[in-house]
Design a protein around this ligand. Structure first.
Ligand code: ADP
Ligand code: MG
Length: 227
């Protein structure tokens, strides 16, 4: 058995706005093993993004627990959660979330620069390597506004992987891209996963990407459903 990188137990999430409560996640559990590729599919509004944010420690569940590499998010304070994420997790958002006033190289080096023990030279070299891997060696000093949608998503991928995380999570990473660009991003994901031996948890609408996973989970109305 491979070691477990992510374990979530009995996750519930409700949002309350004072007057009403919406139950979005209604009792979900999940395990992801080292090196495994799991995809999550489901119609819009089924709770996929909410779940992914909880699994990535970006939001807290109303009930239930999430362990990343054996460490429970709910027993850590905000700073420790940040360190845990920085050490083991790469997160790719549907919209790139790059910092507009920084270059591609600076954006990608950022997760390493946040570590006190990493020298600037090393961070820069590692960021350059990742940008080369995603085919952007010629765009190091461009800012996000000077890049195409596909290029920005490649930079976001490079940033997520610059720390060589055990697990990458992505929320519809190809959702805003045309078919051809989306295909080149999958191929890249597949190759990088092999190169870094990392697990991937990907929310996607794209059947082709979903099907290339080791395991597909179908979500409906805050619960897993059997296909
Ligand atoms: P998906 O990613 O599958 O499209 P989401 O997780 O974004 O679905 O949203 C699931 C449901 O949760 C939606 O009905 C959405 O309106 C609701 N929701 C998400 N975030 C919030 C929030 N912060 N406050 C209230 N409702 C929310
Ligand atoms: Mg979503």
């Amino acid at each position: 058995m491979s070691p477990i990188v992510l374990e979530a137990r009995d996750i519930y999430k409700s949002f309350t706005d004072g007057k009403s409560t919406v139950d979005v996640i209604k009792g979900l559990s999940l395990q992801v093993n080292q090196g495994e590729f799991v995809s999550i599919v489901g119609s819009s509004g089924s709770g996929k993004s909410t779940l992914l944010h909880i699994l990535g420690g970006l939001d807290s569940p109303s009930q239930g627990s999430v362990n990343l590499n054996g460490k429970p998010f709910d027993r850590l304070d905000e700073t420790e959660r940040g360190y845990l994420r920085n050490e083991h997790l790469g997160f790719v958002y549907q919209f790139h979330h790059l910092l507009p006033e920084f270059t591609a190289l600076e954006n990608v080096a950022m997760p390493l620069m946040l570590r006190k023990d990493v020298e600037f030279k090393k961070a820069k070299a590692q960021a350059e390597y990742l940008l080369e891997r995603v085919g952007l060696s010629h765009r190091l000093t461009h800012q996000p506004g000077e890049l195409s949608g596909g290029e920005r998503q490649r930079v976001a991928l490079a940033r997520a992987l610059v720390t060589q995380p055990k697990l990458m999570m992505a929320d519809e990473p190809t959702g805003n891209l045309d078919r051809k660009t989306a295909k080149s991003i999958f191929e890249l994901l597949r190759d990088l996963r092999q190169e870094f031996n990392m697990a991937m948890l990907i929310v996607t609408h794209d059947e082709q990407l979903a099907k290339s996973a080791d395991r597909i989970l179908h979500m409906q109305d805050g619960l897993w459903i059997k296909e």
